[in-house]
Design a protein around this ligand. Structure first.
Ligand code: E4P
Length: 219
């Protein structure tokens, strides 16, 4: 499973990429607002750090506007892919951008039928939002399971990107289901490395190492 970082903060992207080579990055207007940066400049910098797909999100509501924004974003770097929302206009834009050779990530997907339509519109990536479904009392991961089944049934090439991840269990479940990509907030990325038994094991080894050295010194 590919690991993307879900942020527009280049410090986080550099830090994560130093630990494991990131497979890509997802951004959205909320994340760019949090980073407090000009979107184009931030995307340019992100694309200089990460070789894999970097998603840039359009804000127009009509297909022509999305296509225009998408074409402009695609000029920033070769690895930019365009996020459009799962709407009728979004799917029109998805087809038009795909026909121009620009890859599309269909975002804000909350049902398997939406994911089916995104694949039929030529989406390169589909983004089911698991955390936001959990937030309203549904089981976000069930949606990922359904999409995986449908895409396998019909051999769709659209990649499933698990978005709106809130915790390491989401990452584990995504990998078990066979999702292609998980996009992680930096806090969840850090959590994945941690285990209390790892910390306890290091502590114990260091204590034993010190004890051995003290004994050897006394001899
Ligand atoms: C990724 O592409 C999404 O924009 C992101 O994962 C949304 O996450 P949130 O529901 O935590 O805002």
């Amino acid at each position: 499973m590919k690991i993307f970082l879900d942020t527009a903060d280049t410090k986080e992207i550099k830090a994560a990429d130093d630990i494991i080579q990131l497979d890509g990055v997802t951004t959205n207007p909320t994340l760019i607002m949090k980073a407090g940066r000009d979107y184009n400049e931030a995307l340019k910098e992100i694309c200089s750090i990460v070789k894999g797909p970097v998603s840039a999100e359009t804000v127009s509501l009509d297909a022509d506007g999305m296509v225009k924004e998408g074409i402009a974003f695609s000029k920033i770097a070769k690895n930019i892919i365009i996020k459009v929302p799962m709407t009728i206009e979004g799917m029109k834009a998805c087809q038009k951008l795909t026909q121009k050779g620009i890859k599309v990530n269909v975002t804000l997907v909350f049902s398997a039928n939406q994911a089916l339509l995104a694949a039929k519109s030529g989406a390169f990536i589909v983004s089911p939002f698991v955390g936001r479904l959990d937030d309203i009392g549904e089981i976000g991961m069930d949606l990922v399971r359904e999409i995986k089944q449908i895409y396998d049934n019909y051999k769709f090439k659209t990649q499933i990107l698990v978005a709106s991840i809130r915790n390491p269990i989401h990452v584990l479940e995504a990998a078990k289901i066979g999702a292609d990509i998980a996009t992680l907030p930096y806090s969840v990325f850090e959590q994945l490395f941690k285990h209390t038994l790892t910390d306890a094991g290091i502590k114990r080894f260091l204590e034993d190492w010190d004890a051995l050295n003290k004994t050897l010194k006394k001899k």
